[in-house]
Design a protein around this ligand. Structure first.
Ligand code: NAD
Length: 304
């Protein structure tokens, strides 16, 4: 395995997990953040996440992580850069403009943006063929998928190097061949959420009923049976018959639901405000968070 020198830009939620994955795979990692508080807590946060993952030798992983308050020092000798700074286009563009002259011509430059087009972030670079998107999912050390997004300029060499690196680090890289909003995962996820909100908005069922239906039926299969595998399982002919009956009735509005807009306008922001589609006590919210964490950990061992 080629030893890479990784620069992670941004030591927050995503940056700490990306650094953890790279260091655990044996690479040396420098983490840059302009805020001292983020760097001061980084090692403890990585250690806590490693404990949750059942890592026997956290010190060996942490030995490979260097905390760097200066970008030039952090970038020195980097062969791959993962940017996980705040979701602001101007900030990300400025960061890559600053990083490009600090690294060699073959260093891969990757942004972990959630929704900003990679094309927008990378447009100002001199060598755009080594720039791409890597969309890690939260928590990055527990969710296997990383979407690897190609712009019109990205070279095959960079795509191949990045997917190879991620696979060797134990991740599941998937190539996104065009830079479309939401890449693959969020397009699929929000197509489902749009219909879920519409069902509630139109009085067809409660929010609780929507979630119960998903969790108690096709949600049980989703981790081991993708939608197109499922279509092949039941038959493409049956899939076509169902689409002929149902698709015309699904939610098709191009913008967000007025029901969702009203929730936000009224301050019903979900668990953090105590109410969203449903009401939440802090204990109930905590139970859900713990349930997701436990499920992800157990799923790892089941699927191994
Ligand atoms: P976060 O707020 O937890 O971390 C951002 C970090 O960037 C902070 O430590 C902050 O101090 C640092 N920072 C601020 N200004 C900076 C600068 N100029 N240069 C470098 N670092 C700077 O955010 P996060 O959730 O880790 O998100 C980071 C990126 O990953 C965003 O683009 C976000 O959209 C994306 N993302 C987030 C999730 C998620 O679920 N949180 C999932 C996928 C992608």
């Amino acid at each position: 395995m080629a030893q890479e020198r990784i620069l992670v830009v941004g030591a927050g939620l995503m940056g700490h997990g990306i650094a953890l994955v790279c260091a655990r795979a044996g690479h040396s990692v420098a983490v840059y953040d302009p805020f001292a508080a983020a760097l001061e807590t980084l090692r403890d946060r990585i250690r806590a996440s490693l404990a949750l993952m059942g890592e026997d030798n956290p010190d060996a992983v942490l030995e490979r992580v260097a905390v760097r308050p200066e970008l030039a020092e952090a970038a020195s000798g980097a062969t791959i850069v993962f940017e996980a700074a705040p979701e602001k286009p101007d900030l990300k563009q400025a960061l890559f403009a600053e990083i490009e002259p600090l690294v060699g011509p073959d260093c891969i430059l990757a942004s972990n943006t959630s929704v900003i087009p990679i094309t927008t972030i990378m447009a100002g670079l001199r060598r755009k063929e080594r720039a791409l998107g890597t969309h890690w999912w939260n928590p990055p050390h527990q969710i296997p998928l990383v979407e690897v997004i190609r712009t019109e300029w990205t070279g095959e060499n960079a795509m191949g190097r990045m997917t190879g690196f991620l696979a060797q680090a134990g991740k599941t890289p998937v190539r996104v061949e065009k830079d479309v909003p939401g890449f693959i995962g969020n397009r699929l996820q929000h197509a489902l959420w749009r219909e879920a909100i519409s069902l509630v908005e139109n009085g067809i069922c409660s929010a609780e009923a929507v979630d119960t239906v998903v969790k108690s039926s096709f949600g049980r299969r989703l981790a081991v049976l993708g939608p197109l595998e499922n279509a092949d399982l039941v038959g493409t002919d049956l899939t076509l018959d169902i689409h002929n009956q149902v698709l015309h009735d699904l939610e098709q509005r191009p913008g967000p639901s007025p029901y969702l807009e009203k929730l936000v306008a009224e301050g019903h922001l979900g668990m953090k405000s105590g109410e969203g589609f449903t009401k939440w006590t802090p204990e109930e919210a905590d139970t859900v968070r713990k349930r997701v964490g436990t499920h992800l950990r157990r799923l790892e061992t089941i699927l191994e």
